[in-house]
Design a protein around this ligand. Sequence first.
Ligand code: SF4
Length: 173
Amino acid sequence: MLIEDYQIELYTPPWNPGSSRFAARARFAVNISKVLPYLNAVLRSAHYVPSMNMLMLKQEDLLIAFHPYEISITDAANHEDAERQLKPYIDLVNQTWERRQEIIPDQRTRPRPTHLGIYKLLPQTNCRECGEATCYIFATKLMLALKKIQDCKPLFEAQYQAQLSALNEMIAT
Ligand code: SF4
């Protein structure tokens, strides 16, 4: 087993300082860098950056980041919730490491949408229907999985059909 013990920490998300919810991380003493290329091979939607020793994964509204000595998530209600959400990723690291003989490690970085690329496909009217002050902030939060495409209602109007389709494809990729 690679990660035998870990500590859960909650912290105020820097991107949402007034929030009543938390970001969280599981910290451990072992360096899990060596398992990241194996995780990158099995998690086809992951974004692996070898130069930063980091692998990111989006699950629904949650962003999960694997670092050498920690795994972090972008949203948790409390300590128990953080433990419940982080435990499966701890298990995933351990299981992937145990199965490494069956997996061909993948060192590639898959292309990922940028907030500017997303912004270019939005209506750019800053109408605030999504609850954000500008389309640019919305684009940044969409990239971080803190917003959904469906939160931008104007994008579903007929005139933006091509942009919506391109954005759906970009996010799916
Ligand atoms: S709802 Fe859409 S168009 Fe309006 S501000 Fe938000 S992202 Fe921009």
